[in-house]
Design a protein around this ligand. Structure first.
Ligand SMILES: NC(=O)c1ccc[n+]([C@@H]2O[C@H](COP(=O)([O-])OP(=O)(O)OC[C@H]3O[C@@H](n4cnc5c(N)ncnc54)[C@H](O)[C@@H]3O)[C@@H](O)[C@H]2O)c1
Length: 380
């Protein structure tokens, strides 16, 4: 009887957490009714990942896409057809950043151009949002963060995994103490044949699997763990498929002149130790002879979890309890990202994903890649 009561009480805690999460998720998707309220006038640079980000800004009742920038005009014209209002076109981001009718800039170009474009935006007093990874090197990332913070503009990372419903749910549970002490985690992105080469930035210096997908796994798990301070990193990395013309997106065959330019990792894996003793195993493979998956696994003193499919694990009175969680359909991660960026700009809300977080993740990534190169542990 006593046990049944205890069980019910524990189930109640979990149900309450789920109810609260669902409520906040629904609430954030509900469009507020605003009367001629100020809107954030945003420019989108890069017509790849710029599209979902731009669509979400345009969908938000307090956001507006007023300009597009890309070196390929057709891509801008094509995306502009989807937008509710007329937009200006720019092929030169420097010229675009001078436009006084733009409040904020989203940067979605190849990695190597994130910092030059974001710096130009910040130097012109624009709020800025940058896709992952923040940069192609730690020094470039640090320079941008310093200037963005000094300029006092809202500066944010666009992180589609961190802002997904599953990740937010696990982060909420961790914050409520559901897992007890989280002391270990594993995070990985594994692809069978998924080297992207639709722009050379992916496979050239500053690109690579770890900065492309490792960044999602690493950022999300680091955030769920409460963003502990990293102290040491050990890793391995290499390119086993890309330089041979193998492992490209959906088993496609690239031209020799493309894969000859391969100068990045196509896999990387390693171990990060944090100041509070947490250990993290992190892996990213663009190509492998393994089934594809994106996974985060959490080890806590009171409970554990896996991200996909979302499951919680605990022991109740000596028996295993595995709980499958089906989250209700909420807003897309892109809407959460755009909504938060807009709130930070218009309402002065504190940014929960500032570029500084992107810098710390970049430091961990670069340390892992450096460790792979030198064969030594890198202390941060
Ligand atoms: N989930 C995510 O958050 C996510 C998903 C995919 C890609 N990304 C990131 O987005 C970035 C771009 O990847 P993608 O897949 O969209 O690539 P893409 O090639 O589809 O798009 C990049 C665009 O940038 C444009 N561009 C290049 N140089 C430019 C310049 N100087 N000025 C203006 N535009 C320029 C290109 O013409 C192209 O249209 C990468 O850093 C990648 O890591 C993030």
């Amino acid at each position: 009887m006593q046990e049944m009561k205890l069980n019910r009480a524990k189930k109640g805690v979990l149900q309450n957490l789920l109810d609260r999460f669902c409520k906040s998720n629904v609430m954030s998707s509900t469009k507020k009714i605003v009367k001629a309220e100020k809107k954030v006038r945003a420019a989108v640079v890069g017509m790849g990942i710029g599209r979902p980000n731009g669509r979400a800004i345009a969908r938000n009742s307090r956001g507006q896409v007023v300009a597009l920038c890309d070196i390929v005009e057709e891509r801008m014209k094509d995306f502009a057809k989807e937008l509710p209002e007329k937009v200006k076109f720019y092929t030169d981001y420097k010229e675009m950043c001078k436009d006084p009718d733009i409040d904020a800039v989203f940067v979605g170009t190849p990695n190597q151009l994130h910092v030059p474009i974001a710096l130009e935006a910040v130097r012109n007093g624009k709020h800025v949002m940058v896709t992952k990874p923040l940069a192609d090197s730690e020094s470039a990332a640090a320079k941008l963060v310093e200037e963005a913070e000094d300029a006092g503009v809202v500066n944010m990372m666009s992180l589609s995994t961190r802002f997904s419903a599953t990740c937010r749910y696990l982060g909420d549970l961790a914050q409520q103490g559901y897992f007890g002490e989280l002391y270990y985690a594993r995070a990985r992105s594994i692809r069978r044949s998924g080297i992207p080469a639709w722009n050379l930035g992916f496979i050239q210096k500053g690109g690579g699997a770890f900065r492309d997908m490792g960044v999602h796994a690493l950022d999300a798990v680091w955030w769920i763990l409460g963003m502990p301070k990293p102290v040491s990193v050990f890793g391995v990395a290499g390119a086993k498929f890309g330089p041979r013309g193998l492992g490209y997106w959906d088993f496609s065959k690239p031209k020799k002149e493309i894969y000859e330019q391969y100068a990045a990792d196509d896999y990387a894996g390693g171990f990060i130790r944090f100041e509070n003793g947490i250990g993290l195993q992190v892996e990213s493979f663009w190509a492998s002879h393994q089934p594809g998956e994106f996974q985060i696994e959490l080890f806590g003193t009171e409970a554990g979890a896996q991200m996909s499919p979302l499951k919680l694990y605990r022991t109740e009175h000596g028996a295993p309890q595995d709980i499958s969680v089906n989250l209700p359909r909420g807003p897309e991660a892109w809407d959460n990202i755009a909504g938060h960026f807009i709130e930070c700009i218009l309402d002065g809300k504190e940014c929960t994903a500032p570029l500084r977080h992107g810098l710390i993740v970049q430091q961990m990534m670069e340390a892992l890649l450096k460790s792979a190169e030198t064969g030594k542990e890198v202390r941060l």
